[in-house]
Design a protein around this ligand. Structure first.
Ligand SMILES: NC(=O)C1=CN([C@@H]2O[C@H](COP(=O)(O)OP(=O)(O)OC[C@H]3O[C@@H](n4cnc5c(N)ncnc54)[C@H](O)[C@@H]3O)[C@@H](O)[C@H]2O)C=CC1
Ligand SMILES: O=P(O)(O)OC[C@H]1O[C@](O)(CO)[C@@H](O)[C@@H]1O
Length: 382
């Protein structure tokens, strides 16, 4: 089997690419970072530091790399059995053009072996969104062939992989936690289901996607936003602050109450899931900055993402949401000189004020009770 993986970043090298290579699949990364491409092609291997109680360095071997918009990448799409991505939600549209050209070439060369494409991003149905971008970039006469031969498989991906330590000058080295979970929708595959250790198949993906995004990511984001307000640099320091932890845990419980109602999760098991996540945030072996986890606040404050979507669920089922409201207010205070979305948010707040800014960014009704509650919480934050 042969795979092309877009995005040789933290999740690409530290999680998805590692699982593919460990499964004996010939793996080629597609990226735009020349230093990373050169290093992968010079060494064909890289170290993954798996940190936890029993730390170990695992070497991923037999890998190579191409530029993601090169003719080589397009030729590979025409040839491989699996394409995966971990590039960031906003980049999916950009790589869709290369994928479309590769699929056209595959169809033109009458390669009718099934191909499965799996986007591994923090978003609901990321692969289905990628599929729409790919179809939009392809002439209509290819669409029926794509439907027949190409599986667009949605997935949920969970492993905390911060950027490498500033002290390391190896562009390939990556540090990961021991925990990992990659769950894919088995109903969307074309051809035989692959057997890749570490990839779990389900026919109930939406429950897993929402469980992960609206528990881990909800709690993580609020830890970052409240952590920054309290002057903490890292997620660990923030979650060890009792005032931050109380709100984070409360918000995960509020979001969890929605998930339990919607998907029938067992309440006790869900409480244990929350505790495990709090322990992962505390991981003493990872240095994870609040600025990484809080990045792109406009995306994180959008209607379908980790703060607003669970809050909408609490409104739907008439459940408490005070801690989620505090988290949303803290997100509106997020500032980062390195993050264009943080600056855009600040400019919007300065020009139209918190009530209109929140309504614009989140799609919430400006005159709703929940927006009024967030604005009230926002006003009393330092
Ligand atoms: N880091 C983490 O702990 C986790 C991240 N995720 C998700 O995984 C995705 C990737 O995140 P990270 O690996 O942390 O980001 P990253 O920034 O470390 O990696 C992204 C990679 O994509 C590459 N890239 C950018 N434009 C590209 C293009 N046009 N073609 C090909 N490659 C391109 C970048 O050069 C970089 O190597 C995101 O959607 C994130 O939400 C999900 C779970 C955990
Ligand atoms: O990658 P995003 O969506 O910006 O959000 C950061 C989040 O992703 C993760 O890196 C992995 O799920 C979390 O650590 C964090 O909640």
């Amino acid at each position: 089997m042969k795979a092309l993986h877009f995005g040789a970043g933290n999740i690409g090298r530290g999680f998805i690419g590692k699982l593919l290579a460990d499964a004996g699949i010939e793996l080629i990364f597609a990226d735009v970072n020349q230093a990373v491409l050169d290093a992968l092609n010079a060494r064909h291997q890289y170290p993954v530091h798996v940190v936890g109680e029993q730390a170990q360095v695992e070497t991923v071997t037999g890998v190579s790399a191409v530029n993601s918009s090169s003719d080589e990448a397009i030729a590979l799409i025409a040839e491989v059995d699996i394409v995966t991505t971990a590039v960031g939600p906003q980049i999916l549209e950009r790589i869709a053009g290369s994928i479309a050209r590769g699929l056209a070439k595959r169809s033109d060369s009458a390669n009718s072996r099934p191909l499965n494409i799996i986007a591994c991003e923090n978003m609901v149905c990321g692969t289905s969104q990628l599929k729409q971008h790919v179809l939009a970039a392809l002439p209509e006469n290819y669409h029926a062939w794509i439907e027949q031969h190409v599986g667009f498989v949605d997935s949920a991906v969970d492993r905390i992989v911060p950027p490498g330590e500033a002290g390391s000058n190896d562009p390939l080295e990556v540090t990961v936690e021991t925990f990992s979970e990659w769950i894919v929708d088995k109903t969307q595959f074309k051809g035989e289901l692959p057997t890749i250790p570490g990839m779990e198949l389900t026919d109930n993906l939406m429950a897993f996607v929402e469980r992960k995004l609206f528990t881990l990511n909800t709690g993580h984001a609020i830890t970052a936003y409240l952590g920054q307000l309290a002057g903490h640099q890292t997620i660990r320091d923030a979650i060890l602050d009792p005032a931050v932890r109380a709100v984070v845990k409360g918000a995960m419980q509020e979001s969890g109450a929605v998930l339990i109602k919607r998907y029938g999760f067992d309440a006790e098991k869900h409480a244990a899931y929350i505790e495990k996540i709090l322990g992962r945030f505390e991981n003493p072996y990872l240095k994870d900055d609040v600025e990484r986890v809080g990045r792109q606040p406009l995306r994180k404050l959008s209607a379908g993402d980790r703060l607003i979507k669970p809050t909408l669920g609490t409104l739907e089922y008439q459940l408490p949401h005070d801690n989620l409201v505090t988290g949303i207010a803290a997100a509106m205070h997020y500032r980062s000189a390195l993050d264009p979305q943080a600056q855009e948010l600040e400019a919007l707040l300065n020009s139209v004020g918190p009530q209109a800014a929140l309504a614009q960014v989140s799609g919430l009704d400006a005159n709703s009770e929940v927006v009024a509650a967030v604005v009230k919480a926002y006003a009393v934050m330092p």
